[in-house]
Design a protein around this ligand. Structure first.
Ligand SMILES: Nc1ncnc2c1ncn2[C@@H]1O[C@H](COP(=O)(O)OP(=O)(O)OP(=O)(O)O)[C@@H](O)[C@H]1O
Length: 713
C-alpha cells in the first residue's frame, strides 16, 4: 500500500529511486529512504524563482475566480474584511514594538549623557511596549475567532464544488489514476482544503510584506543614529543568511522535495501481517479454529528477535534520522554565528569602555531589529516560492470541473415516445468488440445479436466469457472499440446519456451498498421518488427484503454501515454499549493506521435481496416508470433455491412488456422461458437460439444443461 504525505508535487516527470545522480538513498533501520537531491541549478537563490513567478502569473485568473466565488458565499465578505483588518494590525505590531524600544534606547542615551530622565516619556514608552504585548495576544485571539467561521464557510462551499466534480465523472474517467491524482490534489493539502490553504498563504504573504515595510522604516530610524549600527546590523544579518544557506544545502529532511520510502525486509513485512492477523475481529474465527495461537506467537517472537532494534515503523525511524541530522557542521556554525555580534561588540567596548551602558542597549536593539527584519524577509521569499505551488493547486481545484468524460454524451433525446418505451426497447449488437482500458485482451469479440422489444434474453457461459460486459456496454459504462449498438434502431452513442439511462434499470453482479440507511439504499433506485415511503416498502417486499428489514433494530432506517464512527477513549472495561450501540474497540486500532473491514451484519443473500429491491424501486414499482429495458447480472447468485424461484416468478410477472436481459450461470429456471439464449465462450457468442432449439442442436449449451440436470437425477 502506498501512503501519501504532505502535498502532491506539481512538477512533471518521474521519480526514479534507481537514478543515483538525482536520488539519494539512506538506510533507516528496515526502511530505504529515497530523497531527490536538489540540483545545483535549483540551489542558486532565485534561479527557479523566475519560473515560479511566471507560473503564478498564469494561475492568477483562477485565483480571481476563487475570490469571486468566495464573495458569493453568504456573509463571507464581512468576515474577510474583519480578517484583513486584524491581519494588518497584527503585522504592524512588531515594528511598533521596536519603535518603542528605540524610544527607550534614546531615553537611556539621554540619561547617560545628561543624568536626567523624562518620566512621562518613559512611562508612555513602557506603556506602549506592554500594550504591544497585550495587543498581540488579543489580536491573535480575534484572528482565530474570525478564521473559524471563515474557514468553515470556504470548506462547505468547496466541498459542494468537489462533490459535483466527482459526481459527474463516468467509469473509465473515474478509474483513471491520473484523474484520481488530480482530484486528490484539488481536494486537500495535508488534510486542509486547498481554498483555505491558499487564502491563508495569500494573507500571510500580505502580512509579511506589511511587516517588512514597517520594519524597514524602524530599522532605518534606529541605525541612522547609532555608532557602529550598520556594522552590527550587517553581522546580525549574516546569521540569518547563514541559516538560509544551511537550509538550502541540507534541506529539512522530508519537509520539501520528492521522497519515497519502502521496506524490503521480509521479516518486518511478515511481522506487520502477523500483527494484523491477531488484531482484527474478522480473522478471529479462522485464528481460533486453526489453532494459530501458539504457532503465531512463536513466529512473532522469532521474527522480532531477528529484526531486532530496527523493527520500527517509518516515522519512528525518521525521528532517529532527524536527530542525527541535527548534529551537522552547518548547525554548529549557525549557532556560533548568532553570538558574533556580541563578540564584535565586546572587542569594540575594550576601546571605548565609557559607552558600555548605552552600547549594550543599542546592541540589543540593533540585533533584535535586524534579526526580525531578515527573518521576515526570509519568510517572504520562502512564501513566494510556495505560492506558485499553491496557486497551481487553485487551478486544479477549478480544472476538476472541466475533466472531460471518456464517454461522450449524445445529442438526441430518447425516447421519442415515452408510452412506447413501456412496451420494451429493441436492441441490436453489430460486430461489437471491446477491450477494457489498459487490457490487451478482448472482453467481447465480434458480438452480434438482435432482441425485439419486450423479449427475454438470457446470456449464459463460462466465467470471464463476457456476459457482464454486454450489460455494461448497454448502459454505456464503456463504449465498444469496434462495431455498433442500436437501441430502438438508433445508434446508442447518438442518444443523450441521461435519457438513455433513464430508460434502463440494471442490477450489477458486483452490486454495492451505500453507507446510507436502508431507506436510502432502496430509494435511490428511483431518485424521483426517493422520499416516497410506500414505494420503498413495496420495492422491499417485491425484492424479498421486507421481512428481515422489519427485524432490524431501526427497521428501514437502519444503517448497514455507519459512515461516521463514534469516538471514545479510556472507557471502563464494563462499557459494552454506548449511545445505544455496541462499543467497537477496533476503532482504536483504525486510529493507529490499521483498518478493519466492517461487517454489515447481513448475509450475502440478504444483501442481494436489498440490491434487487433497489432495482425494483426503479423498474417495476412505479406506474410512471420510464424504464423499458431491465438488465440483471446474476441476480440470484447468493439466493437460496426458494428465493431464486420466487424472484424469477415475480420478475416474469412484473416484467410486463419490457425487454429483459439476464446474465446467468444457471440453466433451466430462466432459459426455458427465454426468447433468445446467447451462449458465450471466450469473449464470443458461440450458440444462439431458444432452449428447445439449442437442445436440439446438441452443442455446448445442451452439454452444460445435461450436466446440470444430471445432478438432480
Ligand atoms: N474492469 C475490468 N478491467 C479489466 N478487465 C476486466 C474488467 N472487468 C472484466 N474484465 C475482463 O473482461 C473479461 C470478461 O469479463 P465479464 O465480467 O464480462 O465476464 P462474465 O462472463 O460476466 O464472467 P462471470 O461469469 O465470472 O461473471 C474477463 O476476462 C475479465 O477478466
Amino acid at each position: 500500500m502506498v501512503r501519501k504525505y504532505g502535498r502532491l508535487s506539481q512538477r512533471k516527470g518521474v521519480f526514479n529511486p534507481e537514478d543515483e545522480k538525482r536520488v539519494k538513498h539512506t538506510r533507516l533501520g528496515v526502511w530505504d529512504l529515497y530523497e531527490e537531491r536538489n540540483s545545483t541549478f535549483e540551489r542558486i537563490p532565485g534561479s527557479t524563482r523566475i519560473e515560479k513567478f511566471l507560473e503564478i502569473k498564469q494561475n492568477l485568473p483562477y485565483v480571481w475566480q476563487m475570490l469571486k466565488d468566495i464573495s458569493s458565499i453568504k456573509s463571507c465578505w464581512l468576515l474577510l474584511f474583519y480578517y484583513a483588518v486584524v491581519v494588518f494590525i497584527r503585522a504592524s505590531i512588531p515594528a511598533i514594538n521596536l519603535w518603542f524600544k528605540g524610544q527607550l534606547l534614546t531615553i537611556v542615551q539621554v540619561a547617560v549623557e545628561t543624568r536626567t530622565v523624562d518620566k512621562s516619556v518613559l512611562f508612555k514608552t513602557t506603556l506602549g511596549i506592554v500594550t504591544c504585548k497585550l495587543a498581540t495576544r488579543i489580536i491573535s485571539h480575534l484572528k482565530s475567532r474570525i478564521s473559524n467561521p471563515l474557514s468553515a464557510r470556504l470548506k462547505h462551499h468547496y466541498a459542494v464544488h468537489l462533490y459535483r466534480a466527482r459526481a459527474r465523472l463516468d467509469v473509465p474517467t473515474f478509474d483513471d489514476p491520473a484523474v484520481q491524482a488530480q482530484l486528490d490534489a484539488a481536494s486537500h493539502v495535508g488534510g486542509k482544503s486547498v481554498a483555505w490553504q491558499t487564502f491563508l498563504l495569500v494573507s500571510n504573504i500580505a502580512s509579511t510584506a506589511v511587516q517588512v515595510v514597517s520594519l524597514i522604516s524602524v530599522l532605518w530610524s534606529v541605525l541612522k543614529d547609532q555608532p557602529d549600527g550598520k556594522l552590527l546590523a550587517g553581522i546580525s544579518a549574516i546569521h540569518t543568511i547563514g541559516e538560509w544557506v544551511g537550509d538550502m544545502q541540507s534541506g529539512h529532511p522530508l519537509r520539501d522535495g520528492a521522497w519515497a520510502a519502502t521496506t524490503t525486509n521480509q521479516d518486518f513485512i511478515r511481522l506487520q501481517g502477523l500483527k494484523k492477523l491477531v488484531s482484527f475481529p474478522e480473522h478471529r474465527k479462522e485464528f481460533v479454529a486453526g489453532n494459530l495461537s501458539s504457532y503465531t506467537t512463536q513466529l512473532f517472537k522469532m521474527l522480532t528477535d531477528r529484526v531486532g532494534d530496527e523493527a520500527a515503523d517509518f516515522w519512528e525511524s525518521m525521528g532517529t534520522y532527524r536527530t542525527m541530522s541535527r548534529l551537522k557542521l552547518s548547525s554548529f556554525l549557525g549557532d556560533s554565528l548568532s553570538e558574533l555580534p556580541l563578540i564584535v561588540f565586546a572587542l569594540r567596548a575594550v576601546d571605548h569602555p565609557a559607552s558600555i551602558p548605552m552600547s549594550l542597549a543599542s546592541l540589543q536593539l540593533i540585533t533584535e531589529t535586524t534579526n526580525s527584519f531578515s527573518a521576515t524577509l526570509y519568510r517572504l521569499v520562502e512564501q513566494t516560492g510556495s505560492i506558485a505551488e499553491q496557486l497551481s493547486l487553485v487551478r486544479k481545484l477549478y480544472d476538476v470541473l472541466l475533466i472531460s468524460n471518456k464517454i461522450p454524451d449524445g445529442s438526441q433525446p430518447f425516447p421519442e415516445n415515452q408510452e412506447k418505451v413501456k412496451t420494451g426497447i429493441a436492441i441490436e449488437f453489430r460486430d461489437v468488440s471491446f477491450r477494457y482500458p489498459g487490457s490487451d485482451n478482448y472482453a467481447l469479440h465480434e458480438i452480434s445479436f438482435k432482441l425485439d422489444a419486450g423479449q427475454l434474453c438470457v446470456i449464459v457461459g463460462a466465467n470471464g466469457s463476457g456476459k457482464s460486459t454486454i450489460l455494461k456496454l448497454l448502459v454505456r459504462l464503456y463504449d465498444p472499440l469496434e462495431g455498433e449498438i442500436l437501441v430502438n434502431g438508433r445508434d446508442i452513442q447518438s442518444l443523450k446519456l441521461e435519457d438513455l439511462r433513464e430508460t434502463i434499470s440494471v442490477l450489477f453482479q458486483d452490486y454495492t451498498h451505500f453507507s446510507l440507511s436502508i431507506r436510502d439504499n432502496i430509494g435511490m433506485g428511483d431518485p424521483r421518488h426517493a422520499d416516497d415511503e410506500d414505494r420503498i416498502r413495496l420495492a422491499a417486499r417485491l425484492g424479498g427484503s421486507e421481512e428481515y428489514i422489519e427485524r432490524l433494530p431501526e427497521g428501514i432506517d437502519t444503517y448497514l454501515e455507519k459512515p461516521v464512527t463514534d469516538h471514545y477513549n479510556a472507557l471502563p472495561e464494563g462499557t459494552q454499549r454506548l449511545f445505544g450501540k455496541s462499543v467497537d474497540y477496533s476503532a482504536v486500532r483504525r486510529v493507529s493506521g490499521m483498518s478493519a473491514t466492517k461487517s454489515t451484519g447481513l448475509s450475502g443473500g440478504q444483501m442481494q435481496r436489498l440490491a434487487v429491491s433497489r432495482t425494483f424501486m426503479r423498474s417495476v414499482v412505479s406506474e410512471d416508470s420510464t424504464v423499458g429495458l431491465l438488465l440483471f447480472d446474476e441476480p440470484s447468485a447468493s439466493l437460496d433455491p426458494t428465493a431464486e424461484h420466487d424472484l424469477f416468478r415475480r420478475l416474469r410477472h412484473l416484467k410486463g412488456n419490457k425487454t429483459m436481459l439476464f446474465s446467468s450461470h444457471r440453466f433451466g429456471n430462466l432459459t426455458r422461458h427465454a426468447d433468445l439464449i446467447l451462449y458465450m465462450n471466450d469473449s464470443r457468442i458461440i450458440e444462439t437460439g431458444t432452449h428447445g432449439e439449442l437442445l436440439k442442436r446438441d452443442g455446448e449449451y445442451a452439454r452444460i444443461w445435461k450436466l446440470q440436470a444430471q445432478a438432480f437425477l
